[in-house]
Ligand binder design. Sequence first.
Ligand SMILES: [Zn+2]
Length: 139
Amino acid sequence: MSLEIELAEASEHRCGCCGKRSHTLRGFVTKDGDAHAVYMAGYTEKHTPEEGTLLVSIGDWTDGSTPADRAAVVMKAQKIDGRFQLMVVGPEGCPWDDVAVFGAIATRAEALARADIQEYFHVADHVLEIDTRFTRGFA
Ligand SMILES: [Zn+2]
């Protein structure tokens, strides 16, 4: 199984907690050539704590599908000793308002109980590998 990532729109806003510049990056993920996942990744420049957010939505993204056909998992990303560490959080950890299209965001307990949770981590690992717009935000 091979995942490919296509980088999509990037946008900027001010961090809700401290007003520093925040970046939101988007991308599409295909698996063996078929639409598989969509993600949003965000970080705030020089933030304390230095922490990024990754939302991964997996499910049906074909024409005619609805948010009920997919499910979203939100993770926090931190760089510790030079390596990214991901921690699943619930909807309270999502900094974006306009995410209904991605499907319901699982609570941490729901996410970790998903049969396909490893697939979310798999997508996240690829994002961390490919989307340098996100990873360059970390020292
Ligand atoms: Zn802030």
